[in-house]
Every structure is written in structure tokens, then in C-alpha cells.
Design a protein. Structure first.
Length: 49
């Protein structure tokens, strides 16, 4: 789930950042990766309860 979350978060961050520029896209992609990993692990914990 962490991998799936990282992939989706990175894609969303890149998409949002490209409206501003390539540098912003890279930064938001990294931030999206971190948020996606957290969200994926959080969802998995809730699902397994």
C-alpha cells in the first residue's frame, strides 16, 4: 500500500506542480510521495482492523 500511495501521491504532486513550472513539479512530487506513503499505510491499518 505504501508503494501504491507513493505512486499516486507523486503523480498528483507532479500534475499540480506543472501548472507553475518544472522545479515546483519536482518538489510537489516529492511531497506527494511522502503523503502518499503515509496515506497508504494509514488506509491499510484501518482496513486490517
Amino acid at each position: 500500500m505504501g508503494f501504491v500511495g507513493a505512486t499516486l501521491g507523486s503523480m498528483v504532486g507532479w500534475w499540480l506542480g506543472m501548472f507553475v513550472g518544472i522545479g515546483t513539479a519536482v518538489v510537489l512530487s516529492v511531497v506527494g510521495t511522502g503523503v502518499g506513503i503515509w496515506a497508504g499505510r494509514w488506509a491499510l491499518e484501518r482496513w486490517l482492523e
